[in-house]
Design a protein around this ligand. Sequence first.
Ligand SMILES: Nc1ncnc2c1ncn2[C@@H]1O[C@H](COP(=O)(O)OP(=O)(O)OP(=O)(O)O)[C@@H](O)[C@H]1O
Length: 246
Amino acid sequence: MVAPPDNDVLWARSLHFTHDDGSPALAGVSLGVREGEILTVGGPRGSGKTTLLRCLSGLAPAQRGEVWFNSVPVHTMGATARERLRRDRFGWIDPAPVLVPELNAWENAALPVMLRGTSRRRAKTAALEWLERLDIGEAARKRPHQLTQSERQRVCVARALALAPTVLFADEPTAPLHRADRAHVLRTLTTAARSHGITVVLATHDTDAAALADHTMTLLDGRRVNTVHLPPVTDTEGRAACSLSV
Ligand SMILES: Nc1ncnc2c1ncn2[C@@H]1O[C@H](COP(=O)(O)OP(=O)(O)OP(=O)(O)O)[C@@H](O)[C@H]1O
């Protein structure tokens, strides 16, 4: 087993993942992310973005390959240790904003912080701070059904950031939003993460996200590819970009 570079907070080597029904999802993906960096993972539908995030976060261990977090091997951890790691050090944002309907916005954002053992008062302060920063402070006392989809998704972002995770995994967090809302959520998410030195691994179809990232990678059929942009050509000459496996 080769130890990862010291300065990578998250490092993965040759991840292979096949679903229970035999569907291949990852075929040898490697990557490294340094502390406080933002990495976007792009690629078409079904290319393996969600599976990669699940493997990196220990949610679904890869069948082959290695994942290291701060030079600690995640791929050899048992289920309980991985659960603890996810609870204490990782944050997760899903494409759809799932909130507890009976709780208001700040209670939803504070819930995981309280579950970690923090007092209600401190958890509330952290939740309210993040809701303010994400421009939904005024909605703090509203229930999810009283919020727009964009506001609900920002509550989910606040909920993930209030935990002060070392690494935040965001799986297409802007997928259900309009273009203007997408840009706003992406900007606030990346700005907030940068201001707190939070490392972000962001799966996204959003081409604007690349401009906010330190590094971008693209998946195609479970492999990393390099996208080569060629000069524009006429329709009869062919397509303007192609992807090469590396
Ligand atoms: N639970 C599952 N069972 C079987 N196959 C699955 C399952 N989840 C995903 N797959 C398959 O694994 C491959 C990778 O899927 P994955 O969801 O990781 O891709 P993705 O890039 O995140 O796609 P999307 O952009 O649609 O979210 C696809 O072929 C998909 O059909």
